[in-house]
Design a protein around this ligand. Structure first.
Ligand code: AMP
Length: 396
């Protein structure tokens, strides 16, 4: 497990907190969605209450290494002032330099200094060591809470972390330690459910979790490539021809390891890819010519639900079908309900799976909703992200 802010002493220390304040701002300088700022407030409050002199840094948009007033973080500083009315919030018009260093030295415990957009310097994305050193000079401790950016080798993510004692904020800490813990110490049966359209996006997750899971359920668009690999008819369903061989290898590897990869045994199909097409249920695993598989069928729904309900640990990422079309949303909903019903630990990731859980009002039944997108998938692939790797381990 990796250190979080609860494992370090920040009293009277200058703490450089890397956050994700990449929020949409309109032409009038108004923030149109402040979710990311609000989510960061618990970490900010904790650090302030524990006596930190808080220096916050973030990227915003893609300024391509040059100052761009439209992508300034000044509106965020103004918003922080209203969210935290009792806290002094200062703004540095450059994230590095003499003036900013002086401001960091004059900062008092319980005050915030927000730095201007890191990406106004091209050195940030190049992980330039001199730029990282300049950032490190502003602080005594580094805290990363920008999990969604932690798969990038940028100066404010990995470069500066190597130069200072460090830890993770609450958002990143929960995401990283929950995923690492569930992967390392799952309670069995451990069931992994993968869906969505692209085999390429999730094949490495399959590869890594084959070493840990008992059963892997595959539904959604990606299942047809696996079915094709097993020699079944898939009609006009989506297929990644160049991944059929890899899918075959994966099925062989699973068998060797004694892990079951369970594919759909029936389907809901349509003869065109449209929202008003009438759903036809196949009699078995084969899809007739001229039909497109668009959801798992009723027998699969029951089989998958039964397997999920027997699990102690579940990881779910990706819908079971084209859930945006009413007639093809049932598979994803049935899986969402089964996942939410288990007593063990569930991790749900991927925009569509999270959306269906929320739509059904089941989010409070889920152990961890993982919002880290690509970064979470990398962790599930067993890859240590540059921004996670550099964080100090908790001493046992
Ligand atoms: P992903 O971004 O890879 O998780 O894929 C999510 C998308 O996959 C959703 O927009 C679904 O509509 C789509 N999808 C799931 N199943 C199918 C399918 N059988 N055919 C076509 N698209 C699908």
């Amino acid at each position: 497990m990796k250190k979080t802010i609860e494992n370090i002493d920040v009293k009277d220390k200058r703490v450089l907190l890397r956050v994700d304040f990449n929020v949409p701002i309109n032409d009038d300088g108004k923030i149109t969605d402040e979710t990311r700022i609000l989510k960061e407030i618990p970490t900010i409050k904790y650090l302030l209450q524990h006596g930190a002199k808080l220096i916050i840094c973030s990227h915003l948009g893609r300024p391509n290494g040059e100052p761009n007033q439209k992508l300034s973080l000044l509106p965020v500083a103004k918003r922080l002032l209203t969210i935290l009315p009792l806290t002094k919030v200062k703004f540095a018009f450059d994230c590095i330099g003499k003036k900013t260093e002086q401001m960091s030295q004059e900062l008092k415990s319980g005050e915030i200094l927000l730095l201007e957009n890191l990406r106004f310097h091209k050195e940030e994305e190049k992980n330039d060591p001199i730029f990282a050193k300049k950032l490190a000079n502003l602080a005594d401790i580094y805290v990363n809470d920008a999990f969604g950016t932690s798969h990038r080798n940028h100066a404010s993510i990995s470069g500066v972390a190597r130069l200072l004692p460090n830890a993770m904020g609450f958002l990143m800490g929960k995401e990283v330690n929950t995923i690492l813990d569930v992967i390392e110490n799952p309670n069995h049966p451990f069931v992994v459910i993968l869906g969505g359209s692209k085999v390429a996006d999730k094949i490495y997750v399959v590869m890594n979790l084959l070493k840990k899971a008992d059963i892997i359920l595959i539904g959604g668009g990606m299942s047809y490539t696996f079915l094709k690999a097993q020699g079944y008819e898939i009609g006009n369903s989506m297929i990644e021809e160049d991944k059929v061989e890899l899918a075959k290898e994966m099925l062989i590897e699973a068998e060797k390891r004694g892990v079951k990869i369970q594919l759909p045994i029936d389907h809901k199909c349509g003869n065109t890819f449209s929202s008003n097409v009438k759903a036809k249920i196949t009699r078995n695993v084969n899809i007739p010519d001229g039909y497109i598989g668009m959801d798992i069928g009723p027998k699969t729904m029951s089989l998958f639900s039964k397997i999920i309900k027997s699990a102690q640990t579940v990881i779910w990422n990706g819908p079971m079908g084209v859930f945006e079309f009413d007639d093809f949303s049932e598979g994803t909903e049935r899986i969402a309900k089964a996942v939410a019903s288990i007593k063990g630990k569930q991790i749900v990731g991927g925009g569509d799976s999270i959306a269906s859980i929320k739509l059904l009002g089941l989010d409070n039944k889920i152990y961890h909703i993982s919002t880290g997108g690509g970064a979470s998938l990398k962790l599930l692939e067993g890859e240590m992200l540059p921004g996670v790797e550099v964080i100090e381990d908790i001493e046992e």
